[in-house]
Design a protein around this ligand. Sequence first.
Ligand code: FBP
Length: 263
Amino acid sequence: MKRIRIERLLTDNRTLMLAYDQGLEHGPIDFNANNIDPEFILHIAEKGKFNGLILQKGVAEIYRENYPKKIPLIIKLNGRTNIPRIFPVAKQLCSVKKAVDLGADAVGYTIYFGSPLEPEILHEFGKLQEEAHDYGLPVIAWMYPRGKFVENELSTSILAYAARVGMELGADIVKMKYNDNPEEYKWIVKCAGKTKVVIAGGEKSTADAEFLKKAKEIMTTGVAGMAVGRNIWQHKSPLKMAFALKKIIFENSTAEDAMRYLE
Ligand code: FBP
């Protein structure tokens, strides 16, 4: 079996990734005149020295020439728009081979855990996880409980189950939502075993201090870090927010100290 090259995504076992797949998932409603332009994001990724930039294959392919060489590329292999609101499912749109051709350092895939279409989702993931590992590529599973069988997407029990399933399926990293319960979240992280947990940023927070306080709390739960999109590139000073988060994630700074970067 090939060695999985996960080290590029980590700094001392911690990570801060930049997510920019929202153009497909949510549409231009997330964007303004600056961040609608992928080149704006590539610049932030490079200057912010992120541990990875998450893109759909189209952006990676079309903006290939401008891609910052030193920033690991994470290609999201599946995705969906938010127009058809039937079953939560996102089919594979990019092959592992295509991701490799594009220079990917890792691949990602959203598992709508609990969806009525879960059997197909898990089957598709199972195949691409093997293909990616055959290339030595780490696999990141977005473990999002969703659909009519999921009573509460953020309950500790469903998130713990989701984290465990990510590990059982061979994900190297699971990307999960945070449920504002640091004590219970430690159990969720434990359920993932040696699979690393990273937390999604979520909707743009209206208060920087609150967002940094939450990041600090998140880092007490044992997760490896965060994969943030809107809270960075919708921020009026994206790089300042990135550096503030890095202080917390990599240097164990307090939220108050990190806040100085934003003042
Ligand atoms: P944000 O940090 O902007 O929340 O991005 C994280 C992310 O997982 C993206 O990768 C993805 O596009 C989006 O959230 C999907 O979130 P949802 O399914 O809740 O709309």
